[in-house]
Design a protein around this ligand. Structure first.
Ligand code: ATP
Ligand code: MG
Length: 421
């Protein structure tokens, strides 16, 4: 026997035992984005590497060490499996002139790829739902997006998620802050880890996003960007907080929150839970007013966020949220030559009534077929022997309740099953 081939480390199969939860999540999300007027966009999984380098930033964890990049040997193009969706979404919007008629509310979902150390809540292929509002200056849209998140947590039955908020100000404000931050970090040079030392002059703000616990004290003592905030950003931030207060959405100001991607400015936020250990950020976003211009579009303000699907599903699991079971309404059991053929048309006519039907295939005794019917989770079995087939009838047997079986026409059986759903 040849040796089995295993999947790629950090890339998970979603098996039938849990895929029902994914489907439930996806259907809640689809209704939710529509209820806020967001339109679906689907981008390719591969992009030119340059797109991510230019948008996420050269001196970031993602671009420095997490991207799956390769040269397409067939034409020499340098390509990258998308590590996030914002850059692709903005690229597509520019390429197809989506902003020409006016601002756009867009959403997408799908797999993202980052070469990280796999652990609970951190995978090499993971999934995000992303929401991007392009061409909106805010803060009204910033507020709407945060309210939107709060509503999704309610729809999913999640409670233990808190909101952290900060403003990164304008590019000029960050430039002023940068000088102060570099001076501070230089005065603590001995305590910096290798990453921080390397980034000290190229991208000092990234030092604040370090996940190294040994850097905690240095980061806590760093000067605050909020002291350098420009007037327009301060007003924007104040108005956003007003929207949240009026809507009764609690938040914590976290002046250390900088996010790991370079394109953010002004509003940044994270939704965090304590229930998932170290991987506690389930959703993150903010404004990126410079990005559209930076990757070749006509400058336009924008705001968006992305959530980690695996982490939200883990949280739903933790909270004991039940998703509707993925079971058939009825399992069709058949034995005998006439019954075999009749069963095919019965199953199709039950499906015509809108029922979920599993037709037994592969033969076997009545007894073994009934075992399968039981194991399917269906509430009913439709049983067909040659006698039933010749009479144009089926035997309807409730599987979950102590009730008599009944001889009926397929239509009568179908209507009864529908009524009891
Ligand atoms: P973290 O701080 O946990 O590394 P991040 O800041 O790198 O997250 P973002 O780029 O903001 O993450 O992505 C948005 C969300 O996507 C995160 O809040 C998280 O829920 C999810 N996410 C990011 N990376 C992973 C991963 N490797 N595995 C699973 N989920 C992830
Ligand atoms: Mg990360």
């Amino acid at each position: 026997m040849s040796q089995g081939i295993q999947g790629v480390r950090g890339m998970n199969d979603v098996l039938p035992a849990v895929s029902g939860r994914w489907i439930h999540f996806e259907s809640v999300v689809r209704d939710w984005v529509q209820s806020y007027g967001y339109q679906s966009i689907r981008m390719p999984i591969l992009e030119r590497t340059e797109l991510f380098v230019r948008s996420i930033g050269e001196v970031t964890d993602i671009v420095e060490k997490e991207m799956y990049t390769f040269v397409d040997e067939l034409n020499g193009e340098k390509l990258t499996l998308r590590p996030e969706g914002t850059a692709s979404c903005v690229r597509a919007a520019i390429e197809h002139n989506l902003l020409y008629p006016g601002p756009q509310r867009l959403w997408y979902s799908g797999p993202m790829f980052r070469h990280e150390r796999p652990q609970k809540g951190r995978y090499r292929q993971f999934h995000q739902v992303g929401v991007e509002a392009l061409g909106f200056p805010g803060p009204d849209i910033d507020g709407e997006q945060i309210l939107m998140c709060a509503r999704l947590w309610r729809l999913l039955g999640l409670q233990d998620i808190r909101l952290e908020l900060n403003s990164l100000g304008s590019a000029e404000a960050r430039q002023r802050y940068r000088t102060r931050l570099i001076a501070y970090l230089e005065s603590h040079a001995d305590a910096l880890d290798a990453d921080a030392r390397r980034r000290l002059h190229s991208n000092p703000l990234r030092v604040l996003d370090s996940k190294n616990p040994g850097m905690r004290d240095i980061i806590d003592g760093a000067p605050l960007l909020s002291d350098d905030l420009d007037e327009a950003s301060a007003r924007h931030f104040e108005e956003l907080q007003g929207i949240l207060r009026r809507a009764g959405v609690p938040f914590t100001l976290n002046p250390r929150l900088v996010r790991g991607l370079d394109y953010y400015n002004a509003t940044v936020f994270e939704w965090v839970t304590d229930k998932l250990g170290a991987q506690g950020t389930v959703c993150a976003g903010g404004r990126y007013d410079g990005l559209i211009g930076q990757i070749g579009g006509k400058a336009a303000p924008a705001c968006g966020f992305a959530m980690g699907v695996e982490r939200l599903l883990a949280l739903m699991d933790e909270a004991g949220v039940q998703s509707p079971a993925e079971v058939p309404d009825v399992y069709v059991v058949r034995q005998g030559d006439t019954a075999q053929h009749y069963g095919e048309s019965v199953a199709e006519s039950l499906r015509d009534l809108g029922l979920r039907v599993t037709l037994h295939c592969g033969g076997g005794s009545f007894k073994s077929q009934m075992k399968k019917a039981d194991g399917s989770g269906a509430a009913f079995a439709v049983i067909i022997g040659d006698n039933e087939a010749q009479a144009g009838r089926v035997m309807l047997k409730p599987l979950r309740e102590q009730q008599e079986q009944q001889l009926l026409t397929p239509e009568q059986a179908g209507e009864l099953i529908k009524k009891s759903r």
